[in-house]
Design a protein around this ligand. Structure first.
Ligand code: AVI
Length: 321
């Protein structure tokens, strides 16, 4: 068996970490208190998110997997042989295997993720299972520009599943897609998973699951502040709040204070009124046409789109101009 270091090419391009403390102090200083959603994903938060993906109410993961399984031959036909597949936020590199199994002699897989340990483990495991594939792992923040290996003989394809694009504001999404379109220009394409607008009761259930896993995922931010920033949040004095904002087409997620209270973070005191909310995440939902327009504005030519029979989730193939 090849030694691990010979199986993959690894590049550490991780930016100096934005300090959690700075983000919390800055966010708590705003009229609408907020914490950027990327801080939800510490070790425990990532584990809880994996649990969310298995919940009966959380349809996106299984619906997207089913779409990939059902239509991957069409996707592979549109992509052609020897492609270079670049996955943003590759995590455990699970979904990409469905695609790799259908592709015609894929040339290279470039996994990009900010979580170094998971990235390396998953890339090595994948390289062992796909010995013909060149596997490159890049530890980077994919929302910023970073160098990629040169394209190969086939199409360069960016893979961005999971509707993570929904956690960006529409303006951020357009900016991110425009950067991708630039990277992929000259014949490249993007395959991206996008959660669809639907009956709000389905969305409400997906973000307010009956086991309370999403609540734990959200409130874990306070546990993280207590542990890492010397916070004194009493979790019993807060609750998870998630609802669909119809006008803005998004699920909004907050931590709500159940009473008037003062909390400390790194020796600084903050007042919270009863019912006051800390904004922790948005999850934007798009109709197929809305997303195609967004992609077009970003420099892509929308090509095929695959949607499940219940109209829950979409996978778009976008061609770069
Ligand atoms: C990662 N992201 C696509 C998830 C979503 O559905 O917006 C994050 C999430 N937050 C609560 N549940 C899931």
């Amino acid at each position: 068996m090849k030694p691990t270091q010979d199986l993959i090419e690894f590049h550490d391009l991780a930016p100096p970490q934005e300090r959690f403390l700075d983000a919390v102090l800055e966010g708590f200083g705003r009229p609408q208190k907020q914490i950027p959603c990327k801080f939800l994903y510490d070790q425990r938060g990532s584990e809880l998110f994996e649990e969310i993906c298995e919940l009966p109410e959380y349809y996106p993961t299984r619906t997207e997997m089913a779409l990939l399984e059902r239509y991957r031959a069409d996707m592979a036909a549109a992509i052609g042989p020897y492609c270079q597949l670049i996955e943003f936020g590759s995590g455990a590199s699970r979904k990409v295997r469905l695609l790799l199994d259908a592709l015609d002699r894929p040339g290279a897989y470039v996994a990009v993720d900010i979580s170094k340990v998971l990235l390396r483990q998953s890339a090595v495991a994948l390289a062992r299972d796909y010995p013909e594939l060149d596997v490159v792992a890049i530890c980077a923040d994919y929302t910023r520009e970073f160098p990629l290996p040169p394209p190969g003989a086939g199409m360069r394809v960016a893979f961005f599943p999971g509707s993570t694009i929904g956690n960006f504001t529409p303006a951020e999404a357009e900016h991110f897609l425009a950067n991708c379109a630039r990277t992929l220009r000259g014949g490249g394409a993007m395959l991206i998973g996008v959660d669809l607008k639907k009956n709000p009761s389905v969305l409400h259930a997906a973000y307010n699951d009956s086991l309370g896993v999403t609540a734990d995922f959200n409130l874990n931010l306070l546990t993280r502040i207590n542990r890492e920033l010397g916070g004194d949040f009493d979790l019993d004095r807060f609750r998870h709040l998630a609802f669909y904002n119809d006008a803005r087409g998004r699920i909004e997620i907050y931590i709500e204070s159940l009473r008037e209270q003062t909390v400390a973070v790194a020796g600084r005191k903050f007042h919270l009124g009863k019912g006051e909310r800390i904004h922790t995440e948005d999850s934007c939902k798009y109709s197929v046409d809305e997303f195609r327009s967004l992609a077009q504005r970003s420099g892509f030519i929308p090509s095929a789109v695959w949607v499940d029979g219940q109209g829950l989730f979409s996978l778009h193939l976008l061609r770069a101009r």
